[in-house]
Design a protein. Structure first.
Length: 458
């Protein structure tokens, strides 16, 4: 298998072979051994080790950034800030190692002790996408390790080289066998779900659904973070210039390849000046080589992804949509797609229901906030939504009625805070939330413990 640079497809970044199911099983066994000693270490020592891992990643920040740009085409500024996010995640979970690990509960009889205590689960199988090649592996690996687990990571084939560098950096300071990589595709992933003690997945809804079924069959905990079809509602009282630039960046940044990207812009009647501002903001985005520091929109990941994006725009035209920005194929080698806005579609159109994962967004109109919220909620995904307004009542109304896992006012749908719970509803998310302290519930199992004084009678 190979990963190639999406801006220069003739440049091969990594060549590797798919890890066989037998090797995956042996790797998980080795990780299981390492896990027992890791969980038995004094907590302050595990905390120090994770802090050292943060320093290793920090020292390699430049290399990770360059490799990310080359391998997955993420624009320089975004890639550099993703690496910083990764360092902060490791530091945060180094601290979390020393958090309380349970609750002391009232004595049932005035004499006995009763408490609950969390333990590590064992070997975490982590299956990660190519679009956040540093932050997503780290927001799964760091809590898994902090709470005493071992990890076996199956990165997306398109991000194999950067995952290998990240793995090397962690392995330098962690005990042997505790963090291991199994490069490969679907066969390797399925073998990992078959052998790990719990599985955390981020990727497409279709792959996620099959992992959820496979995990349920084995009765292991599974968490799946999948697609999005995220809406931003713009009310006439919003700061329209700021809304336009935030929405343009959130829909088109990194070529729209984020599950949190804005895919539908719902403009409430009276905000018509907003449309011009949005078109202008989208046209102003720099589409270019992701290695340049001013680039906002780089290529999409593969030729197939480019064809899918152009096909979705064409389908939008057939469904009655008008292309009001972009829509033209790009000449040249890299897999570039022009940032594209399609207006005039029905909320049931393909572009308004499915995840395209490209710099393409639909612009819809609504009579009022009620209708906008109904349209925003009318998809099977439920990851993030946002509302732009300066009216407190409208903001509060939106917060209580939008059904996504994250709801934001005057803030873009993309970009997450690593110390806050993250995850969606419906086809966007299955199982427990990720990130922040929410991760403790997934990466540990709780025991309820009682000690009664000897000789006590019932
Ligand atoms: C972000 O918006 O900063 O795969 C993170 C994704 C999401 C992560 C988004 N799981 O796009």
């Amino acid at each position: 298998m190979q990963s190639v640079s999406p801006q220069r497809p003739s440049e091969v970044i990594a060549t590797f072979s798919e890890t066989s199911p037998e090797t995956v099983a042996a790797t998980v066994e080795a990780a299981r051994l390492a896990q027992r000693s890791w969980a038995a270490l004094p907590a302050p020592e595990r905390a120090r080790t994770l802090a050292r891992a943060a320093s290793e990643v920090e020292a390699a920040a430049r290399d990770l950034t360059e490799l990310g740009i080359a391998e997955v085409g993420k624009p320089r500024l975004e890639m550099a800030s993703e690496v910083q996010r990764g360092i902060a995640i490791l530091q945060y979970y180094a601290g979390a190692v020393l958090d309380p690990e349970g609750d002391a509960l009232p004595s049932p009889d005035g004499k006995s002790l009763l408490w609950s205590r969390r333990h590590a689960q064992g070997v975490a199988g982590l299956i990660t996408p190519w679009n956040f090649p540093v932050a997503i592996p780290l927001w799964k690996m760091a809590p898994a390790l902090a709470y005493g687990n071992a990890v076996v990571l199956k990165p997306a084939p398109a991000a194999t080289a950067i995952a290998q560098l990240l793995g090397d950096l962690l392995q330098r300071c962690l005990p042997p066998g505790l963090v291991q990589l199994v490069p490969g595709g679907a066969v390797t992933g399925a073998a990992l779900v078959e052998t790990a003690d719990l599985v955390s997945f981020t990727g497409s809804s279709s792959v996620g659904a099959s992992i959820v079924r496979q995990g349920a069959e084995r009765q292991i905990p599974v968490q799946a973070e999948m697609g999005g079809q995220n809406a931003s509602i713009v009310l006439p009282d919003a700061d329209l210039a700021s809304a336009a630039s935030l929405i343009a960046a959130s829909a088109m940044g990194y070529a729209g390849q984020k599950c949190t990207a804005t895919s539908r812009v719902i403009v409430v009647e009276g905000a018509s000046r907003f449309l011009e501002a949005l078109v202008e903001a989208v046209r102003g985005l720099r589409v270019s080589d992701p290695g340049e520091s001013l680039t906002t929109v780089g290529p999409v990941i593969t030729e197939a992804a480019r064809e899918r994006a152009l096909g979705a725009v064409e389908l939008g035209r057939q469904e009655g949509g008008r292309v009001i920005a972009g829509g033209q194929p790009f000449a040249g080698d890299g897999y570039f797609v022009e940032p594209t806005l399609v207006a005039g579609l029905e909320p049931s159109a393909h572009l308004c229901q499915e995840e395209v994962f490209a710099p393409v967004a639909a612009v819809l109109t609504a009579r009022d906030l009620d209708e906008a919220i109904e349209v925003a909620n009318g998809v099977r995904f439920g990851l993030v939504s946002s509302v732009y307004t300066s009216n407190l009542d409208a903001a509060m109304d939106s917060l209580s009625r939008l059904q996504t896992g994250l709801v934001r006012v005057n803030a873009p749908t993309s970009g997450v805070d690593f110390y806050a719970p993250f995850g969606g509803t419906g086809a966007s998310g299955y199982g427990m939330k990720e990130q922040g302290k929410a991760a403790a519930a997934f990466y540990t199992k709780s025991q309820t413990l009682t000690i009664a004084p000897s000789g006590s009678s019932s």
